[in-house]
Design a protein around this ligand. Structure first.
Ligand code: FAD
Length: 469
């Protein structure tokens, strides 16, 4: 019988254990991707980027004489229906770890097993399954450094290759047309502005990894903190939809370490931050929805999205250059430098005293490397409500940060047009991307700060000291 391969956030053919097992099982392989209406985790830019990735995967499958069958509905209904239509004897997929997908997958597995169909999920989105990393007392890790120590010397299996052929069934089941799904139609900015920044598919991801290991890794330790420099791997976009696997990156990192390349160790540590985020999300799914430390429920967060401060922050008109530059970078490129992410998050949560969920959701609207675990962990870390978090009283000063990490002001000039005689292309492209209703022009005067760095810091600290928790 044939095997259904249910693709999700694993848009690749190489190092794909589920696909590998399907080929080994023998018989035709039927690749499927579902627009699952039971899993509402897709919005705007991430949905748009996923759609591009799915189209690319479909073309890669066609090159191998195969196809990608698209269906829209609920996974629990669609998978058994496809099994019935195709007479498949097995369904294989790569594991997901967010609570909604975990519940869905459990239900699908139960339904298939009841019908006598083989159903198997495979690891690969992570290197270390969250339940396999335990503290001495059998609990899970809440702090990064001991987590890193627990996993750093573990054997990580070598990545798998790409199957040389994928046997096709005699008759293909019907498929939706990807265009009809209109993924990302709710993106309120010009997708054509963001498109040039996208690096789509497995070979682009491998090229990124190769470029990083052949030159950037040597300077990574210093350059990774300077947003004006292209000093990091940029692999988060591809990791987020599974166009590359963490263990492909890990093994490349290990080889660089053996070759004595500076920066390789830090790169491995960063990959483990991603694993740690998934570890936390899997053990405590509230990381995605609620203050991880419940005492933060009593904090007087501003939660009103209509507040003028929130609007100014989203539109990147706070009058704080580092904050605005980073928010504009995200709006135009779909990505933001890690230093920028920390600064804009700190400014929103501390200077503006707004709930981290507002920022987390805005990132979810804008990022093409959106990842549920890393995004929520990053926001709760910045807000102080997370398990391994910056204390609330440690308020990032966006002005001193600018002096330290954008001394030359190259980054700020690249992204903020106002006040420049000849603004660079990137700064102007922000105005092509934004909706007209924002009524902003590069000829406007750059605004005064909506909340001064020192005043915001004082206010945040007072609120923190007067808290009743
Ligand atoms: P590199 O420096 O080249 O690092 C290599 C890889 O390590 C990254 O691709 C990523 O997978 C992982 N990594 C690095 N730093 C972190 C980190 N702090 N947490 C988790 N994994 C990390 N990352 C996302 O992938 N998606 C998100 O939605 C996301 N939201 C964030 C929100 C906030 C508020 C903060 C502070 C951080 C967030 N991050 C997120 C983490 C980090 O900013 C990005 O992973 C990083 O900037 C990606 O760039 P890169 O691929 O060039 O990273």
């Amino acid at each position: 019988t044939s095997t259904l391969i249910w693709f999700r956030r694993d848009l690749r053919l190489s190092d794909h254990p589920a696909l590998d097992a399907a080929v080994k099982r023998g018989g035709p392989v039927i690749p499927v991707f579902l627009h699952d209406e039971g899993v509402k985790m897709l919005r705007t830019a991430p949905a748009w980027r996923l759609g591009l990735g799915v189209g690319h995967l479909a073309r890669s499958l066609e090159d191998k004489g195969s196809r990608l069958i698209l269906r829209r509905g609920r996974g629990v209904d669609l998978i058994p229906k496809l099994v019935e239509e195709t007479g498949a004897g097995a369904v294989y997929w790569m594991r997901a770890y967010d609570p909604v997908s975990v519940d869905r997958d459990r239900d699908v597995k139960a339904a298939l097993k009841e019908a006598g169909i083989e159903a198997e999920s495979f690891p690969g989105h992570l290197m270390f399954e969250p339940w396999t990393v335990e503290t001495k007392t059998g609990g899970f890790y809440k702090v990064y450094t001991p987590f890193w120590r627990a996993v750093k010397d573990r054997e990580v299996a070598e990545p798998l290759g790409t199957p040389s052929s994928l046997p096709a069934p005699d008759r293909w089941p019907e498929s939706d047309a990807l265009e009809d799904w209109h993924l990302g139609a709710d993106m309120d900015r010009g997708a054509e502005v963001v498109r040039p920044y996208v690096q789509l598919g497995e070979s682009a991801a491998q090229a990124r990894l190769g470029a990083f290991m052949s030159s950037k890794v040597e300077r990574y330790d210093g350059a990774r903190d300077i947003p004006a420099t292209d000093g990091t791997s940029n692999l988060s976009e591809n990791l987020s939809v599974g166009e590359i696997t963490p263990r492909q990156c890990w093994h490349a990192g290990l080889r660089a370490l053996e070759d004595g390349k500076a920066g390789a160790q830090t790169f491995l540590q960063e990959l483990v931050w991603r694993e740690f985020a998934y570890h936390l999300m899997w053990h405590t799914p509230r990381l995605l929805y609620d203050n991880w430390r419940e005492e933060w429920d009593a904090f007087p967060w501003n939660e009103d999205e209509r507040l003028k401060e929130v609007i100014a922050w989203k539109r990147a008109r706070t009058g704080i250059p580092f904050v605005d530059a980073a928010l504009r970078e995200m709006y135009v490129t779909g990505r933001m430098h890690n230093r920028g992410r920390m600064i804009v998050a700190s400014y929103l949560c501390k200077h503006l005293m707004c709930h981290w969920k507002i920022g987390m959701e805005w990132f979810e609207d804008c990022l093409i490397d959106w990842d549920p675990a890393s995004n929520s962990m990053g926001w709760q870390w910045s807000a102080g409500s997370g398990p391994d978090a910056t204390p609330y009283f440690r308020v990032f000063n966006p002005e001193t940060q600018l002096d330290r990490f954008d001394k030359s002001r190259d980054y700020v000039r690249r992204w903020i047009a106002e006040g420049q005689d000849n603004p660079p292309r990137e700064a102007l492209s922000y105005f092509d991307a934004i909706p007209r209703s924002w009524v902003m022009s590069p000829d406007d005067a750059y605004p005064d700060p909506i909340v001064e760095a020192s005043e915001g810091r004082k206010r945040a600290l007072e609120a923190y000291e007067n808290r009743d928790f």
